[in-house]
Write a protein that binds this ligand. Structure first.
Ligand code: SAM
Ligand code: DTB
Ligand code: SF4
Length: 319
């Protein structure tokens, strides 16, 4: 069955999906998932923080913001050989994409010149490449495209209504501008958000509406459960319920039927049944390997056991 993509989702329509009985929502999402993907295939990406801490932004969830005392030690941009060694380990463990993150508001042209050879070398290993470096100018995006970059991660993180409650040093519009620069350069967009920032269901619906109404829709949509960081303003916010997290994945799958939806940060807090439900609802990608950026992720061996139990293959998944 051919799926047509819709880019004029109204908030009321998205909220109506959230309000469906859980089983009806999951059945609809899983049906759409099956129409567009092999339901037993999950893409695996590994992450590396190539520049740690001392970020001038005030994102109230982040361990790397200079505005909060999180006890994180700052580190300057990593040497290319260290990056490459980590990429090789990730590849050996079975990752097909390598994502490099930097705690920057935006890269300077000088720092971008140091990241570009990293992208080229990782790509030469035969891995897909992704970087997340903050805001980009159109020219910087074009330079990343010329370097062969496959994906740029830049999350909307929360709804435009909730954005000023979470981040004050930039606007939701700034985020959209960078996404536009990345799209115009012809790089695949990876954009999603975080659940558990004190947002309500309307915010979650509004964030997914903004993502789904992008043209084209993001090829990759990471949905993170907040990893609470001591010292940040959101350290003690209660998490959404498990069913609400699964609902959000299911609505993302319905709104963006051809996007790869990633069950991202927060999996150390999720058991086997919860993750299985997320895959059923339409998640078909994870972060893989012991470390996210500054926090822990399940061990690769734990995830391999999970995949075996669930009969999941980890070949490349294309949006
Ligand atoms: N500085 C760049 C930026 O913010 O775009 C790139 C790195 S930043 C750490 C990448 C993403 O990590 C954020 O957009 C956010 O979605 C996610 N993130 C950061 N801290 C998190 C946390 N404590 N829990 C879950 N996700 C988090
Ligand atoms: C995304 O959506 N999640 C990743 C990646 N994109 C860059 C980051 C998760 C960070 C979790 C907290 C940490 O490790 O610092
Ligand atoms: Fe900086 Fe990114 Fe963390 Fe915000 S999320 S403080 S921009 S590293």
């Amino acid at each position: 069955m051919a799926t047509t993509l819709k880019h004029d989702w109204q908030l009321a329509q998205v909220k109506a999906l959230f309000s469906l009985p859980f089983n009806d929502l999951l059945f609809q999402a899983h049906t759409i998932h099956r129409d567009n993907f092999d339901p037993n295939q999950v893409q695996v990406s590994s992450l590396l923080n190539i520049k740690t801490g001392a970020c001038p932004e005030d994102c109230s969830y982040c361990s790397q913001s200079s505005k909060y005392d999180t006890g994180l030690e700052r580190e300057k941009l990593m040497e290319i050989d260290t990056v490459l060694a980590q990429a090789k380990i990730a590849q050996k463990q079975g990752a097909t994409r390598f994502c490099m993150g930097a705690a920057w508001r935006n890269p300077t042209d000088k720092s971008l010149d140091k990241v570009i050879p990293m992208i080229k070398k990782v790509k030469a290993l035969g891995m897909e490449t992704c970087v997340t470096l903050g805001m980009l100018t159109p020219l910087q995006a074009a330079n990343l495209k010329a370097a062969g970059l496959d994906y740029y991660n830049h999350n909307l993180d929360t709804s435009k209504e909730n954005y000023p409650n979470v981040i004050t040093t930039r606007t939701f519009e700034d985020r959209l501008d960078t996404l536009e620069a990345v799209q115009n350069a012809g790089i695949n967009v990876c954009s999603g958000g975080i659940l558990g920032l004190g947002e309500d269901q309307t915010d979650r619906a509004s964030m997914l509406q903004s993502l789904a109404n992008l043209q084209p829709q993001p090829q990759s949509v990471p949905l993170n459960l907040l990893v609470p960081i001591a010292g940040t303003p959101l350290a003690n916010v209660p998490p959404p319920s498990e069913s609400e997290f699964v609902r959000t994945i299911a609505v993302a799958r319905i709104l963006m039927p051809k996007s790869v939806v990633r069950l991202s940060a927060g999996r150390t807090e999720m058991g086997e049944a919860m993750q299985a439900l997320c895959f059923f609802a339409g998640a078909n990608s994870i972060f893989y390997g012991e470390q996210l950026l500054t926090t822990q992720n399940p061990a690769a061996s734990t995830d391999q056991a999970l995949f075996k139990t669930l009969g999941i293959n980890t070949a490349m998944v294309n949006a």
